[in-house]
Design a protein around this ligand. Structure first.
Ligand SMILES: Nc1ncnc2c1ncn2[C@@H]1O[C@H](COP(=O)(O)OP(=O)(O)O)[C@@H](O)[C@H]1O
Ligand SMILES: [Mg+2]
Length: 265
């Protein structure tokens, strides 16, 4: 197994009246090349799962093993060398006051140690141009433009390129199209598929859209109140419809509120 989460427990505000058990004993084995879509109602623990993987906090219990290394106690900056991330907010992945080229140069430095003074080399520039051309947004002709001048969709596309510029062992996408208009969102999803398939990236993608989750990836996980309650792969996943998914959800969780359904669709 490439990545194993074993019995991960995460509390927020433990011991106070606001205590939340955000992850309860989560176990997840990820194979190399898995493209996993994660769905679940609001507050199910989807973002907490991704944040825990990225090292934003340490779990209260459990272990995380990546390629036979126990990384449970590794800080975020150390994991950032092999994890690419894209968040919901297009403003989070890029630096507005820096140019497109400078942003890409920073992304290229991830995992490579070079002096901060190292300028952008010609070969790097060729690589940037090739990657930006793939977006078909004309950004390859705007290297010196500040990223703050770009639209949300353009910024999210750039963030996707930056997250995958140095091939990450794991790509984490947290509702990365939710803040975009539907057309731009579809373009970013299309780009996501091209990048993930082209580079054979092991990917965990959170989405609130069940149709997307059924259509994309080879595996689907549903979370509910801090637990993984469904894990469907391959053939079974490709046959599944939204109605089946809802039926499975209700058969597992009779106590679910009607509002959970609305939040899932
Ligand atoms: N930094 C935090 N501090 C306190 N509570 C948090 C924090 N992050 C998440 N939570 C709580 O943990 C639970 C899971 O949240 P989250 O993982 O963001 O859910 P999802 O992404 O599935 O909507 C929620 O009850 C949320 O309020
Ligand atoms: Mg979330």
């Amino acid at each position: 197994m490439m990545l194993s989460l074993k019995n991960i427990v995460k509390y927020f505000h433990r011991g106070s009246v606001n205590e939340v058990l955000a992850l309860q004993n989560v176990c997840l084995d990820v194979r190399r090349g898995d493209f996993i879509c994660i769905i679940g109602s609001n507050g199910a623990g989807k973002s907490t799962l991704l944040n825990g993987l990225a090292g934003c906090f340490f779990p209260d219990q459990g272990t995380i093993v990546l390629d036979e290394r126990d990384i449970t106690g590794w800080p975020e900056y150390k994991r950032a060398k092999f994890i690419g991330r894209v968040f919901q907010d297009p403003l989070l992945g890029t630096c507005a006051t820096m140019s497109i080229e400078q942003n890409l140069a920073l992304a290229l430095r991830r995992g490579r140690f070079r002096g901060l003074s190292a300028g952008v080399r010609r070969l790097d520039r060729d690589l940037f141009r090739e990657k930006l051309r793939m977006l078909d947004l004309g950004l390859e002709d705007r290297f010196q433009d500040a990223v703050g001048l770009l639209s949300g969709g353009q910024r999210q596309a750039l963030t996707m390129v930056m997250a995958t510029l140095v091939r990450p062992d794991i790509l984490l996408l947290d509702e990365h199209t939710a803040a975009l208009d539907p057309k731009t969102g579809r373009q970013i999803l299309d780009l996501t598929e091209r990048l993930v398939e082209g580079m054979e990236l092991t990917t965990l993608m959170v989405t609130h859209n069940m149709h997307q989750a059924l259509r994309m990836g080879n595996r689907l996980i549903m979370m509910h109140r801090g637990e993984i309650i469904l894990d469907i792969t391959g053939e079974e996943k490709s046959r599944l419809q939204v109605d089946d998914l809802l039926a499975r959800f209700y058969s597992l969780k009779q106590d679910a509120f009607a509002s959970d359904k609305m939040l899932l669709v």
